[in-house]
Design a protein around this ligand. Structure first.
Ligand SMILES: *[C@@H]1O[C@H](CO)[C@@H](O)[C@H](O)[C@H]1NC(C)=O
Ligand SMILES: *[C@@H]1O[C@H](CO)[C@@H](O)[C@H](O)[C@H]1NC(C)=O
Length: 386
Protein backbone atom coordinates (compact mmCIF):
# COMPACT_ATOMS: atom_id res chain seq x y z
CA UNK A 1 0.00 0.00 0.00
CA UNK A 2 1.30 3.44 -0.83
CA UNK A 3 1.52 6.34 1.58
CA UNK A 4 -0.91 9.12 0.97
CA UNK A 5 0.72 12.18 -0.47
CA UNK A 6 0.68 15.41 1.52
CA UNK A 7 -2.01 17.70 0.16
CA UNK A 8 -1.13 20.52 -2.19
CA UNK A 9 -1.56 24.19 -1.30
CA UNK A 10 -4.84 24.25 -3.17
CA UNK A 11 -6.33 21.35 -1.27
CA UNK A 12 -5.14 22.97 1.98
CA UNK A 13 -7.19 26.02 1.08
CA UNK A 14 -10.18 23.90 0.18
CA UNK A 15 -9.79 22.10 3.46
CA UNK A 16 -9.72 25.34 5.42
CA UNK A 17 -12.77 26.52 3.58
CA UNK A 18 -14.68 23.34 4.30
CA UNK A 19 -13.62 23.44 7.96
CA UNK A 20 -14.86 27.01 8.19
CA UNK A 21 -18.18 26.02 6.63
CA UNK A 22 -18.54 23.11 9.03
CA UNK A 23 -17.63 25.41 11.90
CA UNK A 24 -20.20 27.95 10.92
CA UNK A 25 -22.82 25.24 10.68
CA UNK A 26 -21.91 23.97 14.13
CA UNK A 27 -21.90 27.43 15.65
CA UNK A 28 -25.31 27.92 14.14
CA UNK A 29 -26.83 24.67 15.35
CA UNK A 30 -25.24 24.35 18.75
CA UNK A 31 -25.64 26.98 21.39
CA UNK A 32 -22.37 27.01 23.20
CA UNK A 33 -22.02 28.53 26.60
CA UNK A 34 -18.58 29.99 26.90
CA UNK A 35 -16.49 29.68 23.77
CA UNK A 36 -17.28 29.26 20.18
CA UNK A 37 -17.12 25.55 19.49
CA UNK A 38 -14.94 26.32 16.52
CA UNK A 39 -11.74 28.21 17.05
CA UNK A 40 -10.36 29.19 13.69
CA UNK A 41 -8.05 26.43 12.64
CA UNK A 42 -4.43 27.45 12.54
CA UNK A 43 -3.04 26.21 9.20
CA UNK A 44 0.07 24.94 11.01
CA UNK A 45 -1.97 22.54 13.12
CA UNK A 46 -4.34 21.21 10.48
CA UNK A 47 -3.43 17.62 9.64
CA UNK A 48 -2.03 17.36 6.15
CA UNK A 49 -3.77 14.21 5.12
CA UNK A 50 -7.32 15.53 5.63
CA UNK A 51 -9.61 13.84 3.18
CA UNK A 52 -12.43 16.17 2.27
CA UNK A 53 -14.55 13.28 1.03
CA UNK A 54 -14.61 11.86 4.57
CA UNK A 55 -18.02 12.11 6.15
CA UNK A 56 -18.06 14.73 8.91
CA UNK A 57 -21.03 14.52 11.22
CA UNK A 58 -22.30 18.09 11.60
CA UNK A 59 -23.28 17.66 15.26
CA UNK A 60 -19.78 16.96 16.58
CA UNK A 61 -17.05 19.53 17.13
CA UNK A 62 -14.23 19.97 14.67
CA UNK A 63 -11.56 19.25 17.28
CA UNK A 64 -13.18 15.87 17.89
CA UNK A 65 -12.93 15.08 14.20
CA UNK A 66 -9.41 16.47 14.03
CA UNK A 67 -8.34 14.04 16.74
CA UNK A 68 -10.24 10.91 15.79
CA UNK A 69 -10.09 11.00 11.99
CA UNK A 70 -7.79 8.59 10.25
CA UNK A 71 -4.28 10.03 10.08
CA UNK A 72 -1.87 8.80 7.45
CA UNK A 73 1.46 7.48 8.69
CA UNK A 74 4.17 9.77 7.25
CA UNK A 75 6.23 6.81 6.02
CA UNK A 76 3.33 4.88 4.64
CA UNK A 77 2.30 1.31 5.26
CA UNK A 78 3.75 -0.22 8.41
CA UNK A 79 3.66 -3.96 8.85
CA UNK A 80 3.45 -3.71 12.66
CA UNK A 81 0.31 -1.64 12.27
CA UNK A 82 -0.84 -3.63 9.25
CA UNK A 83 -2.01 -0.27 7.98
CA UNK A 84 -0.96 3.08 6.56
CA UNK A 85 -3.35 4.99 8.82
CA UNK A 86 -3.90 5.52 12.56
CA UNK A 87 -7.31 6.14 14.10
CA UNK A 88 -6.59 7.70 17.52
CA UNK A 89 -8.86 6.16 20.13
CA UNK A 90 -11.75 7.48 22.20
CA UNK A 91 -14.44 5.58 24.07
CA UNK A 92 -16.97 3.99 21.81
CA UNK A 93 -19.77 5.73 23.72
CA UNK A 94 -18.40 9.29 23.32
CA UNK A 95 -20.63 10.12 20.36
CA UNK A 96 -23.72 9.11 22.34
CA UNK A 97 -23.33 12.34 24.30
CA UNK A 98 -22.93 14.96 21.55
CA UNK A 99 -23.81 17.94 23.77
CA UNK A 100 -21.32 17.18 26.51
CA UNK A 101 -18.74 16.14 23.94
CA UNK A 102 -19.19 19.43 22.09
CA UNK A 103 -18.75 21.36 25.31
CA UNK A 104 -15.70 19.31 26.22
CA UNK A 105 -14.06 19.82 22.83
CA UNK A 106 -14.75 23.59 22.75
CA UNK A 107 -11.56 25.52 23.45
CA UNK A 108 -8.99 27.57 21.67
CA UNK A 109 -6.38 25.36 20.06
CA UNK A 110 -3.05 26.13 21.75
CA UNK A 111 -4.91 28.06 24.48
CA UNK A 112 -6.12 27.22 27.99
CA UNK A 113 -8.61 24.43 28.59
CA UNK A 114 -11.80 25.41 30.44
CA UNK A 115 -12.12 24.35 34.11
CA UNK A 116 -14.39 21.47 33.26
CA UNK A 117 -13.13 18.59 35.38
CA UNK A 118 -16.64 17.66 36.49
CA UNK A 119 -18.01 17.61 32.95
CA UNK A 120 -15.06 15.52 31.80
CA UNK A 121 -15.44 13.02 34.63
CA UNK A 122 -19.18 12.59 34.06
CA UNK A 123 -18.54 12.00 30.38
CA UNK A 124 -15.85 9.47 31.19
CA UNK A 125 -17.92 7.64 33.80
CA UNK A 126 -20.83 7.31 31.37
CA UNK A 127 -18.53 5.50 28.96
CA UNK A 128 -16.63 8.12 26.94
CA UNK A 129 -13.39 6.52 28.06
CA UNK A 130 -10.76 7.20 27.08
CA UNK A 131 -11.70 10.84 26.62
CA UNK A 132 -10.38 12.41 23.44
CA UNK A 133 -7.09 14.24 23.73
CA UNK A 134 -7.28 18.03 23.59
CA UNK A 135 -4.93 20.68 22.24
CA UNK A 136 -5.12 23.05 25.19
CA UNK A 137 -3.42 23.46 28.59
CA UNK A 138 -5.27 22.42 31.74
CA UNK A 139 -5.85 24.89 34.57
CA UNK A 140 -3.23 24.79 37.32
CA UNK A 141 -2.64 26.77 40.47
CA UNK A 142 -0.71 29.96 39.72
CA UNK A 143 1.50 29.40 42.75
CA UNK A 144 2.03 25.67 42.56
CA UNK A 145 4.29 24.60 45.44
CA UNK A 146 7.25 22.25 45.08
CA UNK A 147 6.36 18.74 46.29
CA UNK A 148 7.09 17.86 49.90
CA UNK A 149 10.25 15.71 49.68
CA UNK A 150 10.04 11.95 49.98
CA UNK A 151 9.47 10.19 52.37
CA UNK A 152 7.80 12.96 54.44
CA UNK A 153 5.22 13.46 51.64
CA UNK A 154 3.70 10.02 52.26
CA UNK A 155 1.96 10.97 55.50
CA UNK A 156 1.65 14.74 55.33
CA UNK A 157 -1.38 16.64 54.01
CA UNK A 158 -0.13 18.54 50.94
CA UNK A 159 -0.53 22.32 50.59
CA UNK A 160 -3.94 23.54 49.36
CA UNK A 161 -2.42 25.30 46.38
CA UNK A 162 -1.29 21.99 44.87
CA UNK A 163 -4.92 21.43 43.81
CA UNK A 164 -7.43 23.14 41.51
CA UNK A 165 -10.55 22.98 43.71
CA UNK A 166 -13.25 24.06 41.24
CA UNK A 167 -14.84 20.63 40.90
CA UNK A 168 -15.22 19.82 44.61
CA UNK A 169 -17.53 20.94 47.38
CA UNK A 170 -14.60 21.31 49.74
CA UNK A 171 -12.22 24.10 48.76
CA UNK A 172 -9.26 23.12 50.92
CA UNK A 173 -7.77 20.09 52.69
CA UNK A 174 -8.94 21.14 56.12
CA UNK A 175 -12.53 20.78 54.90
CA UNK A 176 -11.81 17.33 53.43
CA UNK A 177 -9.95 16.09 56.48
CA UNK A 178 -12.76 17.15 58.78
CA UNK A 179 -15.76 16.37 56.63
CA UNK A 180 -16.49 13.21 58.57
CA UNK A 181 -17.19 15.31 61.66
CA UNK A 182 -18.97 18.14 59.85
CA UNK A 183 -21.26 16.21 57.53
CA UNK A 184 -23.69 13.95 59.28
CA UNK A 185 -25.24 12.33 56.24
CA UNK A 186 -22.19 11.30 54.32
CA UNK A 187 -22.64 10.05 50.82
CA UNK A 188 -19.11 10.67 49.65
CA UNK A 189 -16.83 7.81 48.89
CA UNK A 190 -14.13 7.31 51.42
CA UNK A 191 -15.36 10.16 53.59
CA UNK A 192 -12.62 9.88 56.21
CA UNK A 193 -9.71 8.88 54.03
CA UNK A 194 -8.15 12.32 53.58
CA UNK A 195 -7.47 12.25 57.29
CA UNK A 196 -4.05 10.61 57.37
CA UNK A 197 -4.03 10.58 61.17
CA UNK A 198 -7.18 8.47 61.41
CA UNK A 199 -8.07 5.04 60.10
CA UNK A 200 -5.74 5.33 57.10
CA UNK A 201 -2.81 5.13 59.46
CA UNK A 202 -3.54 1.58 60.61
CA UNK A 203 -5.05 -0.09 57.57
CA UNK A 204 -3.50 -3.51 56.74
CA UNK A 205 -0.59 -2.93 59.12
CA UNK A 206 -1.28 -5.36 61.96
CA UNK A 207 1.17 -8.22 62.15
CA UNK A 208 -1.59 -10.82 61.93
CA UNK A 209 -5.36 -10.64 61.57
CA UNK A 210 -7.74 -12.34 63.98
CA UNK A 211 -9.02 -15.71 62.81
CA UNK A 212 -12.10 -15.16 60.65
CA UNK A 213 -11.35 -11.46 60.19
CA UNK A 214 -12.21 -9.73 56.92
CA UNK A 215 -9.18 -7.49 57.39
CA UNK A 216 -6.20 -9.43 56.09
CA UNK A 217 -2.88 -7.77 56.76
CA UNK A 218 -0.32 -6.96 54.10
CA UNK A 219 2.33 -9.06 55.80
CA UNK A 220 0.22 -12.19 56.01
CA UNK A 221 -0.74 -11.81 52.37
CA UNK A 222 2.91 -11.44 51.33
CA UNK A 223 3.83 -14.44 53.44
CA UNK A 224 1.85 -16.67 51.09
CA UNK A 225 4.62 -16.16 48.49
CA UNK A 226 8.40 -16.48 48.46
CA UNK A 227 10.05 -13.32 49.86
CA UNK A 228 10.69 -10.69 47.19
CA UNK A 229 8.51 -12.27 44.52
CA UNK A 230 5.69 -9.75 44.89
CA UNK A 231 7.27 -6.65 43.30
CA UNK A 232 4.70 -4.80 41.17
CA UNK A 233 0.96 -4.46 41.14
CA UNK A 234 -2.25 -2.54 40.92
CA UNK A 235 -4.81 -1.24 43.41
CA UNK A 236 -8.21 -0.78 41.76
CA UNK A 237 -10.18 2.16 43.18
CA UNK A 238 -7.55 2.71 45.82
CA UNK A 239 -8.88 5.88 47.50
CA UNK A 240 -5.92 7.96 48.65
CA UNK A 241 -3.42 5.17 47.88
CA UNK A 242 -2.51 4.20 51.43
CA UNK A 243 -2.19 0.64 50.12
CA UNK A 244 0.46 1.78 47.62
CA UNK A 245 2.27 3.77 50.33
CA UNK A 246 2.34 0.76 52.66
CA UNK A 247 3.56 -1.49 49.85
CA UNK A 248 6.26 1.00 48.91
CA UNK A 249 7.61 0.66 52.46
CA UNK A 250 8.08 -2.98 51.52
CA UNK A 251 9.78 -2.08 48.23
CA UNK A 252 6.70 -3.05 46.19
CA UNK A 253 5.54 -0.67 43.44
CA UNK A 254 1.78 -0.25 43.22
CA UNK A 255 -0.17 1.86 40.72
CA UNK A 256 -3.48 3.13 42.11
CA UNK A 257 -6.57 3.78 39.99
CA UNK A 258 -8.97 6.38 41.27
CA UNK A 259 -11.67 8.77 40.12
CA UNK A 260 -12.00 12.24 41.65
CA UNK A 261 -15.41 11.68 43.25
CA UNK A 262 -15.98 14.99 45.03
CA UNK A 263 -12.36 15.15 46.13
CA UNK A 264 -8.91 15.64 44.54
CA UNK A 265 -7.96 11.98 44.86
CA UNK A 266 -5.51 11.92 41.95
CA UNK A 267 -3.67 15.07 43.06
CA UNK A 268 -3.53 13.78 46.62
CA UNK A 269 -2.15 10.37 45.57
CA UNK A 270 0.54 12.08 43.47
CA UNK A 271 1.42 14.35 46.40
CA UNK A 272 2.06 11.24 48.48
CA UNK A 273 4.71 10.18 45.96
CA UNK A 274 2.88 7.21 44.45
CA UNK A 275 1.33 6.85 41.01
CA UNK A 276 -2.33 7.66 40.30
CA UNK A 277 -4.05 6.23 37.21
CA UNK A 278 -7.17 8.12 36.20
CA UNK A 279 -9.22 5.25 34.76
CA UNK A 280 -12.61 3.94 35.75
CA UNK A 281 -13.48 0.33 36.52
CA UNK A 282 -14.89 0.02 32.98
CA UNK A 283 -11.66 0.46 31.11
CA UNK A 284 -9.50 -2.44 29.99
CA UNK A 285 -6.52 -2.52 32.32
CA UNK A 286 -3.54 -0.86 30.64
CA UNK A 287 -1.15 -3.75 31.32
CA UNK A 288 -0.01 -6.64 29.20
CA UNK A 289 -1.03 -10.24 29.91
CA UNK A 290 0.74 -12.13 32.70
CA UNK A 291 2.71 -9.18 34.04
CA UNK A 292 1.58 -8.11 37.54
CA UNK A 293 2.40 -9.87 40.80
CA UNK A 294 -0.60 -8.57 42.72
CA UNK A 295 -3.95 -6.84 42.19
CA UNK A 296 -5.80 -5.47 45.20
CA UNK A 297 -9.20 -3.80 45.45
CA UNK A 298 -11.09 -2.73 48.54
CA UNK A 299 -14.73 -1.61 48.87
CA UNK A 300 -15.02 -0.86 45.16
CA UNK A 301 -15.78 -4.09 43.35
CA UNK A 302 -19.30 -4.71 44.64
CA UNK A 303 -22.91 -5.09 43.64
CA UNK A 304 -23.19 -1.57 42.21
CA UNK A 305 -21.29 -2.82 39.16
CA UNK A 306 -23.44 -4.36 36.42
CA UNK A 307 -22.85 -8.11 36.56
CA UNK A 308 -21.69 -8.52 32.97
CA UNK A 309 -19.20 -5.69 33.39
CA UNK A 310 -17.95 -7.32 36.60
CA UNK A 311 -17.52 -10.63 34.78
CA UNK A 312 -15.33 -8.95 32.12
CA UNK A 313 -13.43 -7.09 34.83
CA UNK A 314 -12.58 -10.26 36.76
CA UNK A 315 -11.28 -11.89 33.60
CA UNK A 316 -9.18 -8.77 32.96
CA UNK A 317 -7.64 -9.05 36.44
CA UNK A 318 -6.91 -12.70 35.70
CA UNK A 319 -5.33 -11.68 32.39
CA UNK A 320 -2.90 -9.10 33.79
CA UNK A 321 -1.78 -11.23 36.74
CA UNK A 322 1.22 -13.43 36.09
CA UNK A 323 0.86 -17.12 36.85
CA UNK A 324 1.14 -17.40 40.63
CA UNK A 325 0.06 -13.75 41.02
CA UNK A 326 -2.34 -12.72 43.79
CA UNK A 327 -5.79 -11.13 43.57
CA UNK A 328 -6.73 -9.69 46.96
CA UNK A 329 -10.43 -8.89 46.79
CA UNK A 330 -10.89 -6.90 49.98
CA UNK A 331 -14.39 -6.23 51.37
CA UNK A 332 -16.49 -6.99 48.31
CA UNK A 333 -20.08 -6.28 49.36
CA UNK A 334 -23.60 -7.29 48.37
CA UNK A 335 -26.67 -8.80 50.01
CA UNK A 336 -26.43 -12.29 51.48
CA UNK A 337 -28.68 -13.80 48.80
CA UNK A 338 -26.68 -12.20 46.03
CA UNK A 339 -23.45 -13.57 47.44
CA UNK A 340 -24.74 -17.13 47.47
CA UNK A 341 -26.61 -16.98 44.19
CA UNK A 342 -24.60 -14.62 42.00
CA UNK A 343 -21.24 -13.39 43.20
CA UNK A 344 -19.60 -16.38 44.85
CA UNK A 345 -20.28 -18.59 41.79
CA UNK A 346 -19.16 -15.76 39.49
CA UNK A 347 -15.86 -15.23 41.32
CA UNK A 348 -15.25 -18.96 41.65
CA UNK A 349 -15.82 -19.50 37.93
CA UNK A 350 -12.84 -17.40 36.79
CA UNK A 351 -10.29 -20.08 37.61
CA UNK A 352 -8.34 -18.71 40.57
CA UNK A 353 -7.09 -20.89 43.41
CA UNK A 354 -8.63 -19.85 46.75
CA UNK A 355 -6.00 -19.13 49.41
CA UNK A 356 -8.40 -17.36 51.80
CA UNK A 357 -12.16 -16.88 51.67
CA UNK A 358 -13.89 -15.05 54.54
CA UNK A 359 -17.45 -13.73 54.64
CA UNK A 360 -19.04 -11.58 57.31
CA UNK A 361 -21.99 -9.30 57.99
CA UNK A 362 -21.79 -5.68 56.89
CA UNK A 363 -23.57 -3.75 59.59
CA UNK A 364 -22.79 -0.07 58.92
CA UNK A 365 -26.19 0.55 57.29
CA UNK A 366 -28.12 -1.65 59.73
CA UNK A 367 -28.56 -5.45 60.04
CA UNK A 368 -31.99 -5.33 58.34
CA UNK A 369 -30.29 -4.75 54.98
CA UNK A 370 -28.68 -8.18 55.28
CA UNK A 371 -25.50 -6.98 53.64
CA UNK A 372 -22.44 -9.19 53.47
CA UNK A 373 -18.75 -8.67 52.95
CA UNK A 374 -16.44 -11.06 51.22
CA UNK A 375 -12.66 -10.80 51.60
CA UNK A 376 -10.73 -13.30 49.59
CA UNK A 377 -7.15 -13.96 48.53
CA UNK A 378 -7.01 -15.67 45.15
CA UNK A 379 -4.06 -16.96 43.20
CA UNK A 380 -3.74 -17.32 39.47
CA UNK A 381 -2.70 -20.94 38.90
CA UNK A 382 0.93 -21.53 37.92
CA UNK A 383 -0.12 -24.02 35.31
CA UNK A 384 -3.13 -23.29 33.18
CA UNK A 385 -5.32 -26.31 32.97
CA UNK A 386 -7.19 -25.06 29.90
C1 LIG B 1 1.05 28.49 21.41
O1 LIG B 1 1.01 28.98 22.71
C2 LIG B 1 2.27 29.31 23.26
C3 LIG B 1 2.07 29.64 24.74
O2 LIG B 1 1.02 30.54 24.91
C4 LIG B 1 2.89 30.45 22.48
O3 LIG B 1 4.16 30.74 22.99
C5 LIG B 1 3.01 30.02 21.03
O4 LIG B 1 3.46 31.10 20.24
C6 LIG B 1 1.66 29.55 20.49
N1 LIG B 1 1.84 29.01 19.16
C7 LIG B 1 1.08 29.36 18.13
C8 LIG B 1 1.39 28.68 16.84
O5 LIG B 1 0.16 30.16 18.22
C1 LIG C 1 14.01 -1.92 50.47
O1 LIG C 1 15.13 -1.75 49.60
C2 LIG C 1 16.22 -1.11 50.21
C3 LIG C 1 17.27 -0.88 49.13
O2 LIG C 1 17.47 -2.02 48.37
C4 LIG C 1 16.71 -1.94 51.38
O3 LIG C 1 17.79 -1.30 52.01
C5 LIG C 1 15.59 -2.15 52.38
O4 LIG C 1 15.98 -2.99 53.42
C6 LIG C 1 14.37 -2.74 51.68
N1 LIG C 1 13.24 -2.76 52.61
C7 LIG C 1 12.48 -3.83 52.78
C8 LIG C 1 11.37 -3.71 53.78
O5 LIG C 1 12.64 -4.87 52.16
Amino acid sequence: MAARRPSSGLSNKLLLLSLLLVCNAITFFVSVTFYSSCPLPDPSVVPEHFDSTEYVSPDLPSEFHAFTSGQALPFGFDSHFDSDTIFPPVGNACTRFPEELTEYMSYYVNGSCPEDELLAQKLLLKGCEPLPRRRCRPPAQTEYPEPIPFPTCQWLTPPDNSVVWTAYRCKNYDCLVNRERRQKDITDDCHDCFNLKGRERVRWTARKSHPGSLDFTIDEVLETKKPGTIRIGLDIGGGVATFAVRMRERNITIVTTSMNLNGPFNSFIASRGVIPFYISISQRLPFFDNTLDIVHSMHVLSNWIPTTLLHFLLFDVYRVLRPGGLFWLDHFFCSGDQLAEVYAPLIESIGFVKLKWVTGMKLDKGPERREMYLSTLLEKPLNNSW
